[in-house]
Write a protein that binds this ligand. Structure first.
Ligand SMILES: Nc1ncnc2c1ncn2[C@@H]1O[C@H](COP(=O)(O)OP(=O)(O)OP(=O)(O)O)[C@@H](O)[C@H]1O
Ligand SMILES: [Mg+2]
Length: 314
């Protein structure tokens, strides 16, 4: 399992909750570890999770570059991407196709309390929980710093007024986010999954080009439901069959854990179930069998790739 890495050759190690990374000139060596987070906390490690996230993101980056350029330059290892280092835009672009959710930033929570203007958007009366929305919506949040609290809701007006992003760039982000969601939904549907909601991050290169960064359409950034049973479940008023890590959140919630204090320890059976779920999402979405990595991350290979991407046209 990959809990963390320590590559001496690439300078200072930076860490997010899930990724370790190094910055080398205008590139980032993005190592996706097996750490799992929920409630903005690291809860443990899940076998093969980092590889699933890396390979799945690479799969989607390739299938979305006609919509917007992305940061991916090279994949020297099943857990490592060499990406363009950008100035990250401090907004998470959340796209939702359904009215749903369990967290405090969820749209359903507000709607159920009677609100009809949520994230500055007008909602019609009469929606039921988990219903498909008339069209997908963007509900942006701030991107909280590593240890500084939770993501907060934003509206488009606030983003423009507070000059978090120039309005021209924000418009490009909106257009890309909706097109990416449409593409993701269509491919997921072909493989029997509903892409319920997802989150995109964007960054600016030194020459001012907007690009898609971080990860895309993974079980960490997205929620999935099983398409086949959705209609029946929805019409009976039952919860859809989820195919993401929602059951992990439910496991913690049942034990009264909501992100404060020391998290309860995951039992081995749960860890295995989560691992299988991540692999299952990968296999369904890509239609390929997941092949587990062998051996350790080879830093020589990373160095070679760093050199070869330098030779790529900018
Ligand atoms: N190409 C890129 N340029 C700049 N930053 C990037 C790029 N790709 C990813 N990132 C950032 O690198 C970090 C990846 O680490 P990870 O996904 O573990 O972080 P996280 O825990 O989700 O985020 P946070 O920064 O909120 O703790 C994120 O902060 C992400 O925004
Ligand atoms: Mg992240």
């Amino acid at each position: 399992m990959i809990q963390t890495v320590n590559f001496k050759a690439f300078g200072k190690k930076y860490q997010g909750k899930v990724r370790d990374y190094y910055i080398v000139d205008d590139k980032r060596i993005l190592v996706t570890t097996d750490r799992i987070s929920a409630f903005d906390r690291i809860l443990g490690v899940i076998p093969h999770k980092g590889q699933v996230l890396t390979e799945l993101s690479a799969f989607w980056f390739e299938r979305s570059q006609d919509i917007i350029p992305n940061h991916l330059l090279s994949m020297p290892d099943p857990n490592v991407l060499i990406v363009r280092d950008t100035l990250p835009i401090p907004i998470e672009m959340v796209v939702r196709g359904y009215i749903s959710g369990v967290t405090n930033t969820s749209v359903w929570g507000s709607y159920e309390r009677g609100e009809r203007v949520i994230y500055g958007l007008q909602f019609p009366d009469g929606l039921r929980k988990n219903q498909i929305l008339p069209s997908p919506i963007i509900t942006p949040t701030t991107k909280a710093d590593a240890n500084a609290g939770h993501d907060e809701r934003l509206t488009k007006d606030e983003i423009i007024k507070k000059k978090i992003v120039p309005s021209g760039i924000y418009k490009q982000m909106e257009r890309a986010a909706l097109a990416l969601y449409a593409r993701g939904s269509r491919i997921a549907a072909r493989h029997g999954l509903i892409l319920v909601d997802t989150k995109y991050e964007f960054g600016l290169t030194r020459d001012g080009t907007l690009m898609l960064i971080d990860e895309i359409h993974t079980p960490d950034s997205s929620r999935f439901w099983i398409k086949e049973t959705y209609n029946l479940k929805f019409s009976c008023g039952d919860e859809p069959e989820n195919f993401d890590k929602e059951f992990l959140r439910i496991w913690y919630a049942k034990r009264g854990y909501k992100g404060d204090g020391r998290p309860p320890q995951m039992p081995e059976s749960l860890i295995q179930k989560v691992s299988q779920r991540y692999i299952g999402v990968y296999e369904k979405l890509t239609g390929k069998k997941f092949v587990k990595r062998r051996g350790k991350i080879d830093t020589k290979k990373i160095t070679e790739n760093l050199v070869s991407v330098d030779l790529l046209p900018a």
